[in-house]
Write a protein that binds this ligand. Structure first.
Ligand code: NAD
Length: 355
């Protein structure tokens, strides 16, 4: 498919190819939609096998950011960037060169951290452009977003419990967390403080020991996560773990966690989960706390405001579940429609002629 055909398929506004040989930079910035505001999305550093893979990834991810910002109610559009290369080759020069390209877009794209990029890399970018978020708190950024993400996931879980049990109360409920890294650890802390019983699985013994020592709970091995006797499964590790193989094992009535792309196949697995009567909080809705955090940084809000806004994910998740019920569809369809309806409504407002 030609590049323009690919842009048309997902309805992208702009793709920018960036090259600076001296700095070892080959990057692609994709701006999907700026109806609601400047496009925002992290920059991923990855050694893609082919350029076509890099283009596919950046187009898919930037479109996802449009939907995430729209449902979260933010004045942001969707964008994303990829730098093609071996993560071990990264340098100050690479990120400063990338920062200069961002600057040339005059605010149409704002970057942030993503896979293999760190707060230090954002600090290099910041020396060339102000259109960067997620840099270290010492240089005016909002720092690690994962506590805010976890706070939003906690409230999303409460919303699901309310839909299923008539009360958002976490006390006495049980939650199985897959991956107790940055997000999973903070989520475990909130759930523990609210009186939940916890199950964990992780490939890192060190991380499992940390949560066991601090919050107690039970470790699950391998597939035991999926059949956990828990009220909620909270995938907080990698994508694609909810799939045709694992869905039949699930006993929990709720899937609500922080990981991106939890469903291996959004449509088929979304249908399968819904047919089994499981309430699924769409990943990009419930894990929007990180995006809310960087949005707060852009607006100059304090972290307290970001945390309060992330708690609003409670209402967003409930709205999406109720919309799915009333329209007889899956929560994924309902959240996608919520995003599209908001973008269409704002686009109409922006087309309005005054006088
Ligand atoms: P992290 O790397 O700190 O934690 C991931 C944890 O999962 C690690 O402890 C790792 O050992 C574990 N893990 C990896 N593979 C596993 C497997 N097969 N089974 C069980 N455990 C496994 O990452 P994070 O920042 O906590 O992010 C977790 C997920 O949430 C990712 O999908 C990420 O894209 C998503 N997310 C994170 C944020 C954020 O603010 N950090 C925001 C939105 C979405």
């Amino acid at each position: 498919m030609s590049l323009f055909d690919q842009m048309t398929a997902f309805d992208h506004e702009q793709i920018v190819f960036c090259r600076n040989e001296a700095a070892g930079l080959r990057a692609i910035i994709a701006i999907h939609n700026t109806t609601l505001g400047p496009s925002l999305g992290g920059v991923r550093l990855w050694d893609y096998a082919t350029e076509a893979d890099a283009v596919r990834d950046v187009l898919r991810l930037s479109r996802g950011m449009t939907y995430k910002a729209a449902v979260a109610g933010l004045d942001l559009g969707g964008g994303k960037a990829v730098i093609i290369g071996d993560p071990s080759t990264k340098s100050e020069a690479m990120f400063r060169a990338f920062g200069r390209y961002i600057e040339s877009l005059a605010g149409r794209y704002v970057t942030a951290e993503d896979m293999n990029t760190t707060v230090e890399d954002m600090d290099h970018i910041r020396r060339e452009t102000r259109f960067v978020t997620g840099s270290a708190s010492a240089s005016g950024g909002s720092g690690d977003p994962s506590p805010v993400t976890a706070w939003g996931v906690f409230h999303g879980i409460r919303a699901c419990l309310e839909v299923v049990h008539g009360s958002p109360d976490v006390a006495g409920r049980s939650v199985a967390i897959q991956g107790v890294g940055n997000v999973g650890y903070h989520l475990a802390r909130h759930l523990h403080e609210a009186g939940a019983r916890l199950f964990y699985t992780d490939i890192s013994g060190r991380r499992l020991n940390r949560v066991l020592e601090q919050f107690g709970g039970t470790v699950l091995e391998g597939d035991e996560f999926y059949s956990a006797p828990a009220d909620v499964l909270a995938p907080c590790a990698i994508g694609g773990t909810i799939n045709a193989r694992t869905i039949p094992m699930i006993r929990a009535k709720v899937i609500a966690g922080g990981a991106n792309n939890q469903l291996d196949d959004e449509l088929h697995d979304g249908d399968a989960v819904s047919e089994r009567g499981i309430v699924y909080a769409p990943d990009y809705v419930i894990n929007a706390g990180g995006l809310i955090n960087v949005y707060s940084e852009l607006k100059g809000y304090p972290r307290d405001k970001a945390l309060a806004d992330a708690a609003g994910i409670f209402n967003t998740v409930k709205r999406v579940i109720n919309k799915a019920k009333s329209e007889g569809t899956t929560t994924i369809h309902a959240s996608n429609r919520t995003a599209e309806e908001r973008i269409e409504a704002v686009a109409r407002v922006k087309r309005m002629h005054l006088g």
